[in-house]
Design a protein around this ligand. Structure first.
Ligand code: N01
Length: 531
């Protein structure tokens, strides 16, 4: 069995940076990656219109000044092919592929208490061992399909947005179904509507969407942005969720009506997430404030969708603006004014089965050439549930998490020594690359400390985990988002056991999260049992 200092699972944004840092430490590391290329999210999600909702220049790695000085983001919100190219460029520049094994899906990871090492088993049966195990398996990386009867019988083509094929899919002249209207569905719909002969959107729950206001970045503007990189990354370090936007310090009703309205109009015209994370500070905790903003967005939808009945179907009734992830859109609502697009309420008339020709709802049968499942992910802990981790005494991680996932700062779990999770449950998410860089650096510093002190094993203490989890639970109290079903509250109706709302993510600020993690290091790792 091949042996390494560390094994990293996943060659996405976090796995690549972790490999670079481990090499700096002089560790021999091996990366196992299920795909045939690097990129993680940006490798698997190739659906039409896929892009991030973070400003491109706030999204790239901040650690490589040389690359920052060279790389030209061509759009304020770069499309998937560009981000995949960017990550391949990083892999080339650092010659990362020589330590990455592709088409290598990890099946099991077992702690060997005698050797004090992890044994990693791939689906192929191949095994490798390492002193340290680092999961870089993503927070939204385990795609889930519905359980409709007859799914295998469909004679046309069908795709999940998160498992999109490498060869382009041609929608021109085709009859297409899109099931799901989350961020992936919205991006797919607005793109497919351009060429499909017929597009039917099956919407179970409408989401509050807001304009992205994307645009090209000409060379001169990119040159100006480059000069601002230090300020951009400093800003991301200070804001609540690492975006360039952060909440307005005022409460909604402390501001006079004319000014309040003008502020929302301004946010609605601005690029990116300002309308969500840069809104009045009480919007996500005060019901009346939230209703005020929701009413504002509802008016915008009514103004953009010509058929009043369709407009009403697109306005959420069961949750307020921003209490679920806000999909950002580009002429999404206008799509429903096109004669080739139809919206079906799949709560009123549920999809009952997939047929060889298309699908049947409780009301009618539809014929399709292509069905797109934009049905989301088994989020946050889903990627962990798909690997059989066993820790001290052969305890499965699934058992440790039977009452809900736990952790110490999202990165360690008691009883799973020398295992570090880069985007584990209850890590700060937000503008994800910023969180990734912090977590990779925290893990790397911990490993440096262990090496310098001659320590072989580190395990999170149970009492430290409990204190952290109390903090996580306290933060979620009073948030309107906790009253709503979404992946952010642990709900996935397509997965058994994920039907009850829980505190599934860290809802505090990124600076608060980082302070907690840094405190662990500053106190000489008192929260970890080390030997
Ligand atoms: O997944 P989702 P997503 N029958 O879970 C519907 C990130 N992301 O892939 O709401 C009928 O949000 C489901 O309906 P309902 C981002 O963080 C980022 O879109 O459960 N419908 C819902 O409409 C995002 O939040 C970017 O009633 C079914 C949809 O499928 C996260 O990934 C882009 C169904 C799933 O929506 C996940 O987004 C894309 C069924 N059986 C994603 N099962 C950007 O940065 C599910 N649905 C731009």
């Amino acid at each position: 069995m091949a042996g390494y200092d560390a094994i990293i699972i996943g060659a996405g944004m976090s796995g690549l940076y972790q490999l670079i840092k481990l090499r700096e430490l002089g560790f021999q590391a091996r990366v196992f990656e299920a795909g045939t290329g690097v990129g993680g999210t940006w490798y698997w999600n190739r659906y039409p219109g896929c892009r991030f909702d973070s400003e491109s220049y706030s999204y790239g790695y901040s650690f490589d000044k040389e690359l920052l000085a060279e790389w030209h983001w061509t759009e304020h919100f770069a499309p998937q092919p560009e981000t995949e190219r960017y990550l391949n460029r990083v892999a080339d520049k650092y010659d990362l592929r020589r330590d990455i094994q592709f088409s290598a899906r990890v099946k099991a990871c077992d702690w060997d208490a005698v050797a004090e090492r992890w044994t990693v088993t791939l689906e192929s049966g191949e095994q490798a061992s390492a002193r340290f195990l680092i999961t870089a398996i993503g927070a939204l990386s385990a795609p889930t399909l519905p359980n409709f009867p007859g799914m295998d019988s469909f004679r046309g083509q069908s795709f999940h947005t998160g498992l999109w094929p490498k060869q382009p899919v041609d929608f021109a002249g085709k009859r297409v179904a899109v099931i799901g209207t989350g961020a992936s569905g919205v991006q797919t719909i607005q793109e497919v509507a351009k060429t499909a002969k017929e597009l039917v959107v099956f919407q179970r729950t409408p989401n509050w969407c807001a304009p992205l206001h994307n645009g090209k970045i000409p060379a001169e503007e990119m040159a100006e942005i480059r000069k601002e990189y230090d300020a951009i990354f400093k800003r991301c370090e200070e804001t609540f969720s690492c975006f360039l936007h952060t909440a307005d310090p005022r409460n909604t009703f402390d501001v006079a009506e004319t000014e309040r309205r003008a502020f929302l109009e301004k946010l609605y015209r601005e690029r990116g997430f300002g309308i969500w994370v840069g809104n009045f500070k009480d919007m996500l905790t005060d019901r009346a404030a939230n209703t005020y903003v929701s009413d504002f967005i509802a008016e915008k939808i009514r103004g953009r969708v010509k058929d009043p009945q369709v407009a009403e179907m697109l306005i959420p009734r069961d949750h307020g603006f921003g209490t679920r992830r806000v999909p950002l859109e580009t002429f999404y609502y206008e799509v429903y004014n096109q004669p080739n697009v139809r919206l079906v309420n799949s709560r009123a008339t549920p999809i009952e089965r997939i047929t060889p020709e298309g699908l049947a709802t409780s009301a009618e049968h539809f014929a399709f050439d292509i069905i797109v499942y934009a049905t989301g992910f088994d989020a946050l802990r889903g990627a962990f549930d798909r690997i059989a981790f066993t820790g001290v005494g052969g305890q499965p991680l699934k058992d440790a998490w039977a009452e809900g996932a736990t952790s110490l700062v999202g990165m360690m779990q008691p009883g799973f020594p020398n295992m570090f999770m880069l985007l584990g449950p209850h890590t700060a998410l937000g503008n994800i690359p910023r969180s990734i860089e912090f977590n990779v650096e925290w893990v790397s510093e911990t490993l440096r400390h262990m090496r310098d002190q001659g320590l072989r094993v580190a395990d999170a203490k149970a009492e430290a985990m409990e204190t952290w989890m109390t903090h996580v639970m306290d933060l979620a109290r009073g948030l309107l988002s906790m009253e709503v079903d979404s992946w952010m509250t642990g709900i996935n109706r397509n997965v058994a056991g994920k039907q009850t709302r829980i505190v599934a993510r860290y809802t505090g600020s990124a600076p608060e999260y980082r302070a907690w993690a840094n405190r662990i290091a500053e106190t000489g790792y008192a929260d970890l049992a080390m030997r």
